[in-house]
Design a protein around this ligand. Structure first.
Ligand code: GTP
Length: 594
């Protein structure tokens, strides 16, 4: 155990994490230059090609210094606030972190939020100024920023370039010298933290763990403490470029387990793995990650529903934080109401359905989960506007609140205040972390964050703000269901749940946006936004003028073929509702309102 080091790399996006990781793998000959592809830890396609997990989330390097061999486990972390629980579990599997800062950019928002997560997990921080080969490198300035932020000494800061390979050996030496070896007792009952899992179509679910105490052996009957599921360890091992089976993996080390588990629900990030016959204790409080945002996912072509169902099942094996159940919409037919960790997660799922599973889908207006209490004191969880009871039957509605932490530069405080207060935020605290870094704490309704908060925050601070949030429970709110009518017909898939004070403005903007997004037809289209029977806004799309060229189209075969091809290609993300065609953008128009 003395010769193991577990560490991760944390950085603001694009500060060169993947490139540096590649250099470390190359330098330790973990990957021969023949296998070397740029950004090995990143590539999902490659992963599937090889039928193993290279995206791997963890990779083991052998490193020899002064005649002594060390095992270095590099653990990869996701980089977005949606996944902060997973980031913190990955960090919990390490004793140290390389804090990477781009020499030409200096400290940026995510540098700070990631640093805080690392400090929160008691990690030893090794600051590295990266990309020093660049013309714009500002080494002395960035050094000062780092010293101010973490209070280290000048000589603690390493200089590197992942691109030209400068400083790689020094980084490896620092990992060995400065990051503490893991502690733990290999003879004690097994306590292993499950920090990530992936689904592999050949092998089933592969779970990654870090052992705190005990030893896991092939063939052991293991138990997942939080879920209570028990399985036999069909294969265990360590992670090199691929999976390397071992007979046992001991305290301090990082490894994987394959058990033939086919239910993603049994394997949850943050759970503790132990031996069923001699169980240890849970390593830390296990937190069930709850979906925060819900939206419908529908096939573009109704007949593809079964196929989509199949894909959803597979996708969930790969991503246990995705939840779904069947939903029926008058407008869109059969589909799924899905629960996501956040909007980015929603985008990722949609993209994976399209890229990995070849599905063309429509995603509907996202919403948070409300609680409605009826006058008969029933409690109804509302994950879908359609589930909101009739207003006359509602006693009260509650909405989820969050505590938002925003870190920014002093010059953006005004913009952020305007933004957050406009979103029903309540300022709790404002404090200076350093003379040039301010932290603002707000309480805000989650629903206001869901729509476009993150984009607005970025544009109002020129990208110079980091944002993180934690749920703090439910509060009463005046929530209304807004319906959209096209030529008098309600389109359920366009309904949204919003705060009543915003309904008028929201309805007007949404109608304007839909007017922009809906293609013109041969007839006029009336777009109306209504709460109950009350119409709040209306726009009209005038009819298209008769297209004279349309008449030419008769027997001309090449034109006909073109049209057919167009239709074929046109599993376009477009749905015909009544006689109006609605493109995907229109379903998500609420996300783009100014
Ligand atoms: P994300 O995975 O998107 O968070 O980015 P990352 O932090 O992994 O950064 P990545 O390694 O993808 O590098 C971002 C960009 O910076 C790429 O265009 C790299 O080619 C470039 N880059 C990375 N390291 C260096 C370096 O040391 N010097 C120079 N000049 N460019 C670098």
């Amino acid at each position: 155990m003395k010769h193991i080091r577990n560490f991760c790399i944390i950085a603001h996006i694009d500060h060169g994490k993947s490139t540096l990781a590649d250099r470390l793998l190359e330098h330790t000959k973990t990957i021969g230059s023949r296998d070397m592809m740029n950004q090995v830890l990143d590539d999902m396609d490659l992963e599937r090609e090889k039928g193993i997990t290279i995206k791997s989330k963890a990779i083991q390097m052998d490193y020899v210094i002064n005649g002594q061999q060390y095992t270095l486990n590099l653990i990869d972390t996701p980089g977005h606030v949606d996944f902060s629980y997973e980031v913190s579990r990955a960090l919990a599997a390490c004793e140290g972190a390389l804090l990477l800062v781009d020499a030409s950019q200096g400290i940026q928002a995510q540098t700070i939020s990631n640093l805080y997560l690392a400090i929160g997990n008691d990690l030893e921080i090794i600051p590295v100024i990266n990309k020093i080969d660049m013309d714009g490198a500002m080494i002395p300035e960035v050094k000062d920023q780092i010293i101010e932020l973490i209070g280290c000494k000048d000589e603690d800061i390493l200089l590197a370039s992942g691109k030209s390979g400068i400083g790689i050996e020094e980084i490896l030496q620092a990992v060995v010298a400065r990051i503490p070896a893991p502690e733990g007792n290999a003879e004690a009952p097994l306590e292993a933290l499950l920090f990530d899992s992936v689904f592999n179509s050949f092998r089933g679910i592969i779970a990654y763990f870090r052992i705190y105490n005990g030893t896991i052996r092939k063939g052991d009957k293991v138990r997942f403490l939080a879920t209570g599921a028990e399985y036999e360890a069909a294969e265990i091992g360590v992670l090199k470029l691929g999976l390397e089976p071992r007979k046992e993996v001991k305290a301090g080390d990082v490894g994987y387990i394959i058990t033939g588990i086919k239910t993603a629900k049994d394997v949850k990030v943050g759970d503790t793995i132990t031996i069923a016959s001699n169980p240890g204790n849970a390593i830390q409080g296990f937190e069930e990650v709850k979906p925060m945002v819900f939206a419908g996912i529908f096939p573009v072509v109704t007949e593809d529903f079964e196929e989509l169902r199949d894909c959803m099942e597979k996708l969930q094996l790969n991503d246990a934080s995705l939840t779904y159940e069947i939903e029926t919409s008058q407008a869109l037919g059969f589909g799924f109401r899905c629960g996501f960790l956040g909007l980015l997660h929603m985008e990722i799922i949609q993209e994976r359905l399209e890229r990995e599973f070849n599905q063309t889908v429509i995603t509907t207006v996202p919403n948070v989960s409300f609680i409605a209490y009826t006058t008969r004191d029933e409690k109804i969880i509302v994950n879908n506007p359609a589930e909101m009871p009739d207003p006359v039957k509602i006693d009260r509605v509650e909405e989820p609140f969050i505590r938002a932490q925003i870190i920014t530069l002093p010059e953006y405080i005004g913009n952020i205040m305007t933004l957050c207060l406009g979103k029903r935020g309540i300022l709790l605290n404002q404090s200076y972390l350093t003379p040039t870094r301010v932290e603002l704490i707000f309480e805000m309704p989650l629903t206001e964050i869901v729509f476009d908060f993150y984009d607005k925050l970025k544009s109002n601070t020129r990208g110079y703000a980091s944002f993180d949030y934690t749920p703090i429970g439910y509060r009463e709110a005046d929530i209304a269901k807004m319906d959209i009518l096209l030529n008098g017909d309600k389109v359920d898939a366009l309904s949204a749940l919003i705060h009543r004070s915003r309904a008028q403005d929201f309805g007007r903007k949404l109608c304007e946006k839909l007017k922009e997004l809906l293609p013109r037809q041969q007839f006029m289209i009336a777009i109306q936004a209504a709460v109950g029977a009350k119409v709040l806004a209306r726009e009209t799309i005038s009819a298209m003028r008769k297209d004279v060229t349309a008449k030419c189209y008769g027997g001309d075969i090449s034109r006909k073929r073109k049209l057919l091809e167009k239709q074929k290609e046109g599993k376009k993300r477009m749905r015909q509702i009544g006689n109006v065609e609605i493109p995907q953008e229109a379903f998500l128009a609420v996300l783009k309102l100014d």
